[in-house]
Design a protein around this ligand. Structure first.
Ligand code: NAD
Length: 315
């Protein structure tokens, strides 16, 4: 199957593209290699993917609407896994326009291009657990209305999920929004907690520890996430929203402790009050993913942290 993977030079989508290439799909990656974090990391991911003869990368920006139409017309994708995004929660507070342009308008361009090309049987969209905001319904379940996002990243992602419904309703587009929960693993984003912590224990860099680490996160290893996304690509479901988490919420302070134990060193944490954009607890109800996708996360947080650490010290 010919599959477009947007954001393929990034953390999660590079793992996904590799998984799809390995199983024999024809994979086209698309990325604009922006400098939100060091583009050299993205080039390294691209080089890893270029080893597969059934992979190619297109350098393009999803905000360029005409370019998206041209690419879809030429390539005739059977499915789309749309993971390209501006994904930093804190950066979204200072750059809300960019998040709306990329995460909402960019997604709309891809849906319009998919419609025009008439080849796309399934459109899978990477959404986020951030859309749940400070809901009191815990664990987070897909039936929650999610109409109180705490920052523009979550608002733009939620808006794109809802727009997906309109395209499904009007044009019959199969659209599945997958809500990822705190993803970590090899090639992880350098602005995310796992990586910042590893930098802190090895280089003594300061790292803010919000709420003394008394926040729960549903850490989910990247291989489990890409298994779930691959299953969603294979199953056009009409319109669905599905959580992908591990279902093993872990206190941030315990996550810090695991990295410190592996490093044999303390992190240089700076106690910091929780930001208004952060929630206290995130925890996924994954029963829908189990039912509709056969999703079965395998990597415990302890094992995942070890695998992440092994990669970090060897990179
Ligand atoms: N990492 C997590 O914990 C997490 C949690 C929830 C949701 N997500 C979602 O998963 C997806 C992947 O996230 P990630 O952590 O791998 O981030 P990432 O930043 O490593 O990957 C995103 C990629 O998209 C590309 N991109 C950004 N804007 C673009 C544009 N205008 N045109 C083309 N490409 C563009 C970037 O260059 C980058 O390579 C995102 O949609 C993100 O919102 C991630």
């Amino acid at each position: 199957m010919k599959i477009l993977v947007t954001g393929a030079a990034g953390f999660i989508a590079s793992h996904l593209a590799e998984k799809l290439a390995r199983r024999g799909d024809e994979v086209v990656g698309l990325d604009n290699f922006n400098d939100y974090y060091d583009p050299a990391r993205k080039r390294a991911n691209e080089a890893r993917l270029n080893q597969y003869p059934n992979f190619k990368m297109i350098e393009a920006d999803i905000r360029d609407r005409q370019r998206m139409f041209d690419i879809f017309a030429q390539e005739q994708f059977a499915a789309v896994a749309h993971l390209a995004a501006m994904a930093g929660v804190r950066n979204a507070i200072t750059h809300p326009d960019l998040y709306v342009e990329v995460d909402l308008n960019g997604t709309q361009h891809l849906m319009d291009a998919a419609r025009a090309a008439e080849s796309v049987g399934n459109f899978v969209f990477a959404s986020t657990s951030s859309v749940y905001g400070n809901t009191t319904q815990i664990p987070f379940v897909e039936t929650d209305s999610c109409d109180r996002p705490l920052q523009p990243y979550a608002a733009a992602k939620r808006a794109a999920e809802i727009l997906g419904y309109s395209y499904h309703h009007l044009f019959g587009l199969n659209f599945t929004a997958i809500r990822f929960f705190t993803v970590y693993g090899p090639n992880g984003r350098p602005d995310m907690m796992a990586y910042l912590l590893a930098d802190s224990v090895t280089k003594g860099l300061q790292i803010p520890l919000y709420d003394n680490g008394m926040m729960y996160r549903d850490w989910t290893f990247v291989d489990d996430i890409t298994d779930g996304v691959a299953a969603a690509i294979d199953r056009p479901l009409g319109y669905e929203i599905i959580n992908l988490g591990r279902g093993e919420p872990t206190l941030l302070k315990d996550f810090v402790g695991m990295i410190e134990e592996l490093a044999g060193q303390k992190a240089n944490v700076v106690p910091t009050p929780r930001l208004a954009a952060d929630f206290v607890r995130n925890e996924a109800d994954i029963s829908k993913a189990r039912r509709l996708l056969g999703y079965d996360p395998k990597v415990s947080v302890r094992e995942g942290v070890q695998r992440f650490w092994q990669w970090y010290i060897l990179q």
